[in-house]
Design a protein. Sequence first.
Lengths: 343, 354
Amino acid sequence: MVNLQDLKKEVQKILKEGKIKYFIGYEKREDEPFAKPSFIKKPEDVEKLTWNPTCVHNLARFLVFEKRRKASEKEPDERPVGIMVKGCDSRAINVLIQEKFINREDVYIIGVSCENTGVIDEKKLSKKLKNKQAQKIDFGEKDNFVVTTNDGKMKVPSKEILADNCLECKTNYPVVYDVFLGEKIERKPEDPFESIKKIESLSPKEKYNFWKEQIDKCIRCYACRSVCPMCYCDECVVDSIELSVTAETTADEKAKKIIWTEKSPVSSENFTYHLVRAIHMAGRCVDCGECERVCPVDIPIRLLNKKLEKEVVELFDYEAGFDSDRPPLLSSFKEKDPQEFIR
Amino acid sequence: MDKILKKNSLSQWIKKLESYTIYAPVKKDQVWEYEIMESPDNIELDYPNTVLSPKKIIFPQREVFLEFNRSDENDLEIKEILPEEKPTIVFGVRPCDARALTITDKVFRSDIKDIYYSKKREQTTLVGLACNTPPSPHCFCTSVGGNPYSKEGLDILMTDLGDRYYIESITEKGYKLINSAKNLFTQPKTEDKKALEKNRTESKKKIQQQIKDIDKIPPKLNQMFDSPFWDEQSLGCIRCGICTYICPTCHCFDISDEITSTFPLQGKRIRTWDTCQFPSFTMHSSGHNPRPDRASRLRQRVFHKFQYFVERYQEYMCIGCGRCVDQCPVGINIIEILKKVRDYESKSLHAKTS
């Protein structure tokens, strides 16, 4: 098990030594069961840090903001940023390094194991607890979580409340780190693609109807994009607004400006957004499940990415985020790659 | 006018109102939303907060203003699209969500009357349901001038008294709905009135979140525009639009032309929701962005609700429904932020004011 004191000591040490400019971790919130991202600058603030099954966020997303901030500074602090990662989060960092968005030396990584379980799905938890309110959730012994509610402590089998992506995770410990805390326990899920089985069995028409109903719910808050560490484009396809419009620009000229998706939350535009995003995730998505977790209207976005993950494994024997030295899937070519589509 | 309606008569009442388009809370997958009701028999009024408030019915995310068509150089045809005649009822409105409409009324139905908003507002009857228990652990309506049984903005308020509803009709529109099924309603007895009072005292006590001395916040904000506070508070923000899109009082919008054909030029002029949380919000053609970072966008959200709006309309632009707290993916909590603003006493603040 990860010893929280070890984590605090390690972070305090690297902050005191001036090895990092700040540390991105998780902190406990007042009167709230779920943790939130924490940004620690002073060694004495490490007491805020926490590690428990409510540390759901993929903190690698904040490396994207860090890069932008650094680029805007005149005399940037060149020291690395410290960051705490789970297995999937570490794979996201690997993809960012692989794609040369960040350099390995830009980050000081403290990896934590997921204690052979993973993180909790808040919706599953509230369903399980019904009217009770969780106050605190801890990793329990093997395959259990200990949930403290206003009614006392209860043990909940991890399978019942684990996030779907954790249930299908093959590597619930980090694959890249400077310091590792916890134990690496190999755990093989019965079927890593269990969640997409049902959809795969549908006819094209049924698939379309399923997705249309889901995608029509979208309110275009773009939380799925904004939370994703892989969505680091400077200009996203949905924001592509040609700003070079002057008073002299005619209506005809304006009409000719490229707008890939309109702002209207209607089927065609919602589909364009979600499918463009999904395609951009092929060979890149590390299945941290954040896009689906944050969706306010409960669209099962992860299923799209999962299907592409499966295609990529089957066609190219490629899994995202395991090896930062390997060239990115979509910018490399091997002779034995299937190329039926080209003939 | 007060009445009593037995719970098992509710569907019969709704059946009498079939000339209206009726919305009610519906559970879809894991979330609740106001949807057009398919059958009055399945109406469920035991729901938490819906993701979107009835704002989505009065001020929909997309509204078409006009259609244009230029068939040749000299002929531009413009067809104005006016809001349609569609008498509507929304059942099971939370008192805070109805209050939210009295706030957006100030923007859309005052000096300049927005015909799209006004038409929908006028033809919609809001049937509220008092909150016996808070629908969210983050409800804080009592701190911003509301309460779990507020009648502001509603046409009817129903209160669940176990086997019956205590019905209060507040407006002419509300009275009309009750009148259309007169025989289903009975006069309240003294014990009903007592039960109602007891219910109210208890429901108010159940609100877990309180922001004391909230009136100190607008003047405090006035001194905090340039404070590093906003940088600290926004570090975790991922710049999505959830907090503002699901907010019942947020009302920023954008108007754009959607082109469906270039030759001949055809398209629609539409209004869609906009949010201060997006980088493109009020971005200038020159490329200058008045709110270039997450800190200035979070500040905009808090200032609009608790400073600019208060200055202009003497009211908070927040009804304390707790949706933004419930839904923020990174735990940004406006209740915490407001308490911190109220208690903010930094050295830099003193240095600036002294």
